[in-house]
Write a protein that binds this ligand. Structure first.
Ligand code: ADP
Length: 665
């Protein structure tokens, strides 16, 4: 899992805030502030609760992820909880009237031990995490390292608290100097940890991001309390308060991560959401409580609105409501009732409460709406990703299927072509050896053989186009040359069905750049189709004209026509419309697909038009015009061919088109 942009933003904002806090408070750090020792009691209870919750959540995370670094962190938080408890109980007047154990120096020594010990554990966490990622990591070594560090920390705490109890008074004189040096070393340790994370560019990992935040927050607190130098000063007080607030913020951050890991909305996720809501509300109350010496009990709910908003955003309206209620109760407990109650001014208090309730309701309502929109957006993003993935899979499958088809076509056409030559020779030999044999059978065999050859040639060409292996022999050619060749090829089919063919060339001769054999193949194909799909004695017109920089060759018939819905489809491979109508016309549905590919290879376009079934069809070949190679004499006026198996028709057509026409029969 990688850190979300929101997590990174939170990290950046909190780090900046800690920086501002340190820079803003250091100048006033040594000033005394009027707070009671019970502040340490609240600090201790707050920290204890936050540390235990964090340890529990980390343990849960460790059980699912098995990362040794998490185990060190659990130890760190348990250690912190234990030492914080000892610190609070040994602080004069924190919980009880006096202290439970130790003397004046015990609490200070424990505070130093707490900072040094947790710093050691956090830096060990960073190192353990980096080691665990390396290939030669040995798990048992990691656990040994965790245990050893924890032991060192506990020993540190015991020695620190005990040392000052037993050492003579002369040594105690150096207490604050020693404490300052240890604090300085601890700050360096925090910085080392943060630097390791920075150097590894590990901010992508939420665990590292979280660790970095702990290091930044702890360093800020320690700098402040070191700058303060003594108890009951601004630096000392703010460092204590900021530690508690940070603990709850970090807990919320961790809970957010846990909720993201546990995706299914089970009881665990719900518990996490409510715990996070309570944690963030506690952070807000303690933040407000920190400001007591300055703000007194004015604007008691000021910090809670943000907490409610975060709780709604993280968990929905129910955790948001929980945060609002916990915030209200906590404020009453910690900050006390507003002065106005004491002054018997019930109205003001009621008004303040009403404003709090109304504002929370607004935040919860709007937050819930935003949350829903966010969830919808995330869902749609996920769906989008799934669809894209599926499309990619489909595309890969199609590509695979297509390449299989290409190979099949190539092999098939080659294998089919091989026996053709011996067969053709066989028919010729038969004719020569037995010329008196059945002529009609020979003719039938030759016809069928021609048909077979054409089909296989088409198949071969389609396969070549498909694999991009069709080569064009380009030259500048006069339009009439390849059209005449095409007419020659298609003539048997046109005559075979007694069609009338009218050819009308444009008044000027035009040239195109291309392969004359292939272009003749295209036109012959269109003419053959026109002949095939037009009932006997139909009329086929072939004409050329220009449209801007393009030459248009049109082949029009008055045959069976094409339904408008099928006009685009007929150019696809193997597509044959209504087989019952076209049964007599043998074919594979390759001709138009091949013709279109060939025209496209020439930089042109093949279009079909038909007014509908029974209305005839028109096919137009659009080709880019080329300039003539040199001055080519060409017949003046139009150039017309007419041919028909009925001699009278061709003669009359020739007469109809005037002198420039020629009539063929
Ligand atoms: P084939 O002619 O081998 O079936 P084609 O690719 O040449 O394959 O043509 C595809 C389909 O387009 C034909 O089966 C036919 O239904 C339709 N078609 C082609 N030319 C015409 C035409 N001139 N008139 C009506 N239909 C046509």
């Amino acid at each position: 899992m990688s850190a979300s942009p929101l997590q990174r933003r939170v990290f950046a904002i909190l780090s900046i805030l800690y920086g501002v806090l340190v820079v803003g408070c250091v100048p006033w750090a040594s000033r005394t502030v009027s707070v009671a020792p019970s502040v340490v009691g609240i600090y201790g209870i707050g920290m204890l609760f936050a540390d235990l919750c964090t340890a529990a959540m980390l343990a849960r995370l460790f059980l699912s992820q098995r990362r040794p670094a998490l185990l060190v962190l659990v130890c760190g938080y348990l250690f912190s909880a234990g030492v914080v408890l000892a610190y609070t109980l040994s602080f004069n007047g924190a919980v009880l009237a006096g202290r439970l154990f130790g003397d004046d120096y015990t609490a200070s020594a424990l505070f130093v031990a707490l900072r040094l010990g947790t710093a050691l554990l956090f830096v060990t966490t960073v190192l353990v995490e980096s080691y665990a990622r390396s290939a030669r990591a040995k798990p048992y070594l990691l656990y040994v390292a965790c245990a050893a560090t924890l032991l060192v920390c506990v020993a540190l705490a015991v020695v620190f608290s005990g040392y000052y109890l037993t050492v003579p008074a002369a040594v105690r004189e150096y207490f604050s100097e020693t404490g300052q040096i240890i604090c300085g070393a601890t700050i360096v340790l925090y910085c080392v940890g943060a630097c390791i994370i920075w150097r590894r560019h590990a901010f992508n990992d939420p665990l590292y991001l979280w660790l970095a935040l702990i290091l930044v927050a702890s360093a800020a607190d320690l700098i402040l309390s070191s700058a303060a130098g003594a108890r009951f000063t601004v630096g000392w007080y703010i460092a204590h308060c900021s530690s508690v607030v940070s603990s709850y913020l970090l807990l919320t951050f961790l809970l957010g991560e846990l909720a993201a890991v546990a995706r299914s909305p089970g009881a665990m996720v719900i518990a996490i959401r409510y715990t996070a809501a309570i944690a963030i509300a506690m952070a807000a109350i303690i933040l407000r409580w920190t400001l007591l010496p300055w703000l007194k009990s004015d604007v008691p709910y000021a910090t809670l609105f943000g907490a409610v908003a975060v709780a709604v955003w993280m968990g929905g309206w129910r955790p948001g409501l929980t945060a609002a209620i916990v915030g209200l109760a906590g404020t009453a407990l910690l900050i006390g009732q507003p002065q106005s109650f004491a002054a018997n001014d019930g109205w003001n208090t009621a008004l303040g409460l009403a404003v709090y309730v109304a504002t929370c309701a607004l935040i919860i309502g709007l937050g819930e709406a935003l949350r829903k929109a966010r969830d919808d957006y995330r869902r749609s993003q996920e769906m989008y990703k799934e669809v894209v993935l599926e499309l990619k899979q489909r595309a890969a499958e199609l590509q695979q299927a297509n390449s299989v088809k290409s190979v099949f076509l190539a092999t098939l056409s080659h294998e089919l072509r091989n026996p053709l030559a011996p067969l053709r020779n066989g028919i010729a030999i038969l004719r020569r050896r037995a010329p008196e044999g059945p002529g009609d059978v020979y003719a039938m065999m030759e016809r069928q053989f021609g048909l077979l050859t054409r089909l296989i040639d088409d198949l071969l060409d389609v396969s070549r186009v498909d694999r991009g292996k069709l080569e064009l022999h380009r030259e500048t050619i006069a339009v009439e040359s390849f059209i005449d060749a095409a007419i020659e090829t298609a003539r048997p089919n046109i005559e075979g069905k007694s069609h009338e063919l009218v050819v009308h060339y444009a008044p000027r001769s035009f040239h195109v750049e291309g392969d004359s054999t292939r272009l003749a193949q295209v036109i012959a194909n269109l003419l053959n189709n026109a002949a095939k799909y037009t009932p006997a004695s139909g009329r086929i017109e072939l004409s050329t004209r220009t449209e801007g920089p393009q030459l248009v060759i049109s082949v029009r018939d008055n045959g069976i026509g094409i339904p408008p819905a099928d006009l685009a489809r007929i150019f696809d491979l193997f597509v044959q419309l209504d087989a019952s109508k076209t049964r007599e016309a043998a074919g594979l549905g390759l001709g138009l697909a091949l013709a279109r590919s060939l025209v496209a290879l020439h930089g042109g376009e093949l279009k079909a038009q038909s007014a509908g079934v029974g209305q005839g069809s028109e096919f137009q070949v659009h080709l880019p015009l080329a300039s003539a190679p040199s001055e080519t004499p060409h017949p003046p006026g139009r150039h017309l061919h007419v041919f028909d198996d009925n001699g009278a028709t061709s003669i009359s057509m020739g007469a109809l088109w005037g002198n420039g026409g020629s009539s063929l029969h």
